[in-house]
Design a protein around this ligand. Sequence first.
Ligand SMILES: Nc1ncnc2c1ncn2[C@@H]1O[C@H](COP(=O)(O)OP(=O)(O)O)[C@@H](O)[C@H]1O
Ligand SMILES: [Mg+2]
Length: 276
Amino acid sequence: MTALQEFREAMRRDRQWSFMYSVRDLEVDVSQGAILYLEDLSVSFDGFKAIDGLNFYVEAGELRCVIGPNGAGKTTMMDIITGKTRPDSGSAFFGRNIDLLRLSESQIAEVGIGRKFQKPTVFEHHSVLENLELAMAGDKRVFPTLFARLSGQQRDRIDEVLGIIGLKAQAGREAGALSHGQKQWLEIGMLLMQDPHLLLVDEPVAGMTHQEMDRTAELLTSLAGKHSVVVVEHDMDFVRSIAKRVTVLHQGRVLAEGSMDEVQNDPRVVEVYLGE
Ligand SMILES: Nc1ncnc2c1ncn2[C@@H]1O[C@H](COP(=O)(O)OP(=O)(O)O)[C@@H](O)[C@H]1O
Ligand SMILES: [Mg+2]
C-alpha cells in the first residue's frame, strides 16, 4: 500500500466510524414504494463480470423470487446488498435514503437487512427458546439473560415468533435435535427477532421434504407484507408455489421479470434453462 492509499483507507474507515453512532436511528424511507434500489451495478472477479449492469428493485412488503442458472450472479447480488462484496460501479440504496455502499456489513444488518444463508447456523446445544433469546440479544458473544428476566414485551415477541415459525411445541428442545426443516425455520425465527425490514433467503428448501417445503412456503408467504422478502431458489415447484413476481438473472443481469407464467414462457428464459 502506498502512503496515499493508506491515508485514503484510514479516511474511509474513519467516515464509517463516525457514522456508526447514528445507523440504528436511520429509518428506511419507502415513501416511493420501493425498499431496495440496485442500479447499474457491476462487479468483476479477476476480469470476469459476475454482475454486469444489474438493475433490480423490490417493493416494500413484496415477496420476490430470484431464479437463474448456476453462476448467474444470484449469491453475488446478495453479497453486494449485505456489504460482503463491494461493487466496482453502480449504486445500492435501501429505501430512498440509505446508501448501502457506505455502510459496513454489521451496519447493514442494523438498518434492517437480514440474511439467511443456505446452511443453518443455529446453536445446537441450546434450546429453541434460547436460540431466539440469543438472536434478540444481537451480540452473539454475550450469553442471553434468563427468560424470566426478559421484559413482557420481549417475551411476547419470542412467543409470537415461535408461533410464526411453527415451533411452539419445540421451544424447550435442543436445537440440535430438530429436523433439517425445523432448523431452517428456527434460523428464520432468529432473523425475525431482529425485526428486519428486508429478508434475503438463499435456497431455503434445499434438502427439505415435500411437507417441509409446503410449510416453508406458508412461512415465507406469511412474512410478506410486514417484511419484504427476496428468495433465491432453484426448486421450480417451490418457486411456483410462492411466487408473485419472479426475476430471472443471467450473466449478472436481469434477463426477464414478471409472473411465473410470464417468465416460464419467455423464449429467452427457456433457452437459458435448456442450455444449462
Ligand atoms: N469471490 C469470488 N471470486 C471469484 N469469482 C467469484 C466470486 N464469487 C462469485 N464468483 C463467480 O461469479 C459468478 C457468479 O457467482 P454466484 O453469484 O455465486 O452465482 P449464483 O449464485 O447465481 O450461482 C460465478 O461464475 C462465480 O464463479
Ligand atoms: Mg448461489
